[in-house]
Write a protein that binds this ligand. Sequence first.
Ligand code: SPV
Ligand code: MN
Length: 627
Amino acid sequence: MSQEYQSILESRLTPRDLERLLALENAKLHRFVAESIDLCDPESVFVCTDSPEDIASVRRLAVETGEETPLALDGHTVHFDGYHDQGRDKDRTKYLVPPGVDLGASLNSLDKEEGLAEVRTLLEGSMRGRKVLVRFFCLGPTDSVFSISGVQLTDSAYVAHSEDLLYRSGYEQFKRVGDSGEFFRVLHSAGRLEGNVSADVGKRRVYIDLEDDIVYSVNTQYAGNTVGFKKLALRLAIRKADREGWLAEHMFVMGVGGPGGRKTYFAGAFPSACGKTSTAMLPGETIVGDDIAYFRAIDADPRAVNVEGGIFGIIRDVNPKDDPVIYEVLTRPGEVIFSNVLVNEDRPYWLGMGRELPAEGTNHSGHWHAGDTDEEGNEITPSHKNARYTVALKDLSNLDELADDPGGVPLHAVIYGGRDSDTSVPVQQSFDWAHGIVTMGAGLESETTSATLGREGVRAWQPMSNLDFISLPLGRYIQNNLDFAAGLKRLPVIFGVNYFLRGENRGYLNAMDDKHVWIKWAELRVHGEVRARRTPTGLIPLYLDLQRLFQEQLGRHFSRDQYAEQFQTRIRENLAKLDRIVWIFRKQVHDTPQAVFDILEAQRLRLEEAMAEWGDYVSPFDYARDE
Ligand code: SPV
Ligand code: MN
C-alpha cells in the first residue's frame, strides 16, 4: 500500500478496524476506503465483518442515531425519508463517461471529470461528526460463478442495516478472493441532516462512474438512491454482463407449481409498482427473488439467480387478501424496516392494508392529521404511495429451496409486463425468443408510478422494465438480450402480461389475483400442455382452459364475455403503439439492431391484415387454434 493511504488508514481507524480491513488483502479496496475517508472526514470508522455481533451492532446504531425507531412488535422499526426524498431521482442520477463515449439520448450522462469534481465537492466533509460504516456484500449466491463482491461506505446506519436484510454478506468472500477479481464500490453520504433527514435534497446527486465501477450518492436517504447494491450496482452489472456475455435484468425469479408436483422457474420484468413483487409472492408458489436477476448460460443451460437476499417492497395494497404471505411477515414479530408509513401508537399503517387508518400520527411529513396539505396544496396521504418494507427472504415461508444455490435455478420462462390500460391482452406467449424480446421486452410501455419522482400515469417506453438502469447504448443492450439465446440447448419461453387493462368506464377489468391464472396458464404452455390461439401479437389462451384454471385456482367463474372483452385484439391501439415504438427506435436509439425493425414490421403487417379482415377490434373467438 502506498505510504499516503497507509497513513490515512492508520490515523483514522482504530487498531481493531484497521486489522479487519487489512485482513482483506486488496490494495484497490484499501485505497478506496482511505480516499473516501479523507474526502468525507467522518468522526469514526466501523469496518463491519460478517459476524452476527457486527451485524447486530449496525441494527442498534440505526436506532441510536434516530434513523430508525422501534415499533410495538419485536424487531420492527420505522424509518422516514424527507418529504421530497421519496423515490428514485432519475433526473439527478447520471452516468459519468469519459470524452468520446456516447451512451445515446435516452441515457442521462455527464462528462466524467466534471461530474467527479461536482460530487466530490458535495461529499467533502459530508460525514463530519458521524460514523462511517464499511460494509462488504456479495451480489448473487456466494461461491458461485454469479458472485460479484461489493463494498459500500455509508454514514447512514439505516442504509447499512437495510443492506444486511437485502444482501448476502461478503467480508469472507473479500478475504478469500484477495486482490484478484473485480468488485463494485459505493460511497454514500446522507449529507447535512435536519430532523434526521437529508436537508439538502436540492443538491441530491447519484453519479455512476462506469469506467471504475464506483457509485457516488449524496444528500439523499431513500433506499433506491442509496442502497448501492440495488439499482446502482445493477447499472454496473449490466456493463460487466456486456463484457462477459451474460445478462443483468430488473426481474423477479420464482418457482411456479405445475401438475404432478413439477416446478417451473419464471423470471419477470415489470416497471416499479406494477405488480412485480406480488407476482413473485403468489400464494402457493415459491420465491427466489423479487427485483434483480442475473442470467448465465451454464453448459448451454440458461440459469438465473437472485442478486439479492431480501425484499425492499412497496407496502401499499399489501393486505391479507391480495398479499397474504407478505402481510403475515409484516404483522408478526421479526426483523422488518418499515419506511414512510403512518405510525400511531407505535404501530405501522399503510394505504390499502385492508383496514381503516387512524386519522393522525407520524408520517413522512412529520406529525400528520387527515386532510393535511403540503406547501403546494396537495393532500398528504397517510402513508406515502411509495412507502416500503424491507425484509430478509430467509424470513419468508415461501422461499424457494434453490434460492441460494450457486448454480442458480433453471430458467424456463420470462415474463414482461407493464401498466397498460388499453392495448395489450392480459397474457400472451411470443412466437419465439426474438419476437418476445422485441415486442414484449424492448417494446414494453408502462404508465409512470410513484416509485420515481415526477408525474404519475404518463405512458412511457420501458424496455425490459430496465430503462432506468440500462448503462449501455440501448441497441447494444437489446442485441445482448437477443444473443442470449444463441447456442442454448433449451430456450426459455417468453410471455407478455398486462394486469392493468381498463374497460369502458375506466375500471380495471381484472382482479388482483387473476394474475395467478395467467401464470398457471403460462406454466402449462412451457410444457406444451394447453393449446393457444394465434393472434397478430402472440399466442393467447383458449377460453375453456382459462375457465378451468379460474375455477381451480381461484374458485371463480370466468365468463365468455370477460374472455371476449379482455382477449380481443385492439388493433388500432396496437398499431398506434407500434408507431410510437418504431419512432423511438429510429429517432432516439442510435444503434437499433435491424432485427428490431424487421420484427416490428412483421407485427404491423399481421395487424393490418387482421384489420382488413375483421376491423378495429378482433374477437379472440375469431382466431384459429394453434397446435
Ligand atoms: C424499484 O423502484 O424498482 C425498486 C425500488 O425496486 S428501488 O430501490 O427504488 O429501485
Ligand atoms: Mn425494482
